[in-house]
Design a binder for this molecule. Sequence first.
Ligand SMILES: Nc1ncnc2c1ncn2[C@@H]1O[C@H](COP(=O)(O)OP(=O)(O)OP(=O)(O)O)[C@@H](O)[C@H]1O
Ligand SMILES: [Mg+2]
Length: 234
Amino acid sequence: MTVLDVQSVTKVYGEGAATVHALRGVSLRVQRGEYMAIMGSSGSGKSTLMNILGCLDIPSAGRYLLDGVDVSRLNDRQLALVRNRRIGFVFQSFNLIPRTSALANVELPLAYAGVKAAERRRRARVALDMVGLADRADHEPNQLSGGQQQRVAVARALVTEPALVLADEPTGNLDSRSTEDILGIFDDLHAAGRTILLITHEEDVAARASRLIRLFDGQIASDVQQERVLHEPV
Ligand SMILES: Nc1ncnc2c1ncn2[C@@H]1O[C@H](COP(=O)(O)OP(=O)(O)OP(=O)(O)O)[C@@H](O)[C@H]1O
Ligand SMILES: [Mg+2]
């Protein structure tokens, strides 16, 4: 079943002498349950593509269908709903809210979704437990290591149980041990049938995905299915 259907999408920023053609005709289909890595040099269009896939931005031309729905037909409120209900985002800089407990950070997407306080708390604890941070629920971001902060960010992305997880260099700021923690969580999500798209600059991170596309200058330069390298837990 096709979850993401990208049809000849282009993205142009700016105008006149400042025009940047960030995407030049990208077509891509992603099936439910795929774990796809996106590589490509700086400026090749990776984040631009992910922002469109995550309904954070719109194409200049071409079509993008999410679960068969042309997102260009949705209004801002509907787009916000799609983002909140269907998509979990993880960024390189963890984007946690300072001076706010890990638990409250994880609860936030549920608050936007209108889930009641007790239920929010319960589900946030389950998500924190999933990333191995049940014992850090009351810690604020500045009381957590970088790897732990990213795991809180992953818990926040997962708390709504999104079908689609979009991660833009989630391990870019992490050491090898914390990278392994995050990739282990993604392995579990993949095994549970979630669709995952992960941008990375690291070949060994990309090797964990079941499919790898490489962008070059706003176009897909290669698209290969990968033999999964299975990792033993450390
Ligand atoms: N808001 C914007 N306004 C103008 N140009 C932009 C904007 N966002 C991105 N660009 C340009 O579009 C191109 C693609 O940028 P994008 O952020 O998608 O690259 P990337 O592959 O994610 O790079 P990196 O690996 O450095 O994160 C770049 O040339 C960039 O300068
Ligand atoms: Mg980027």
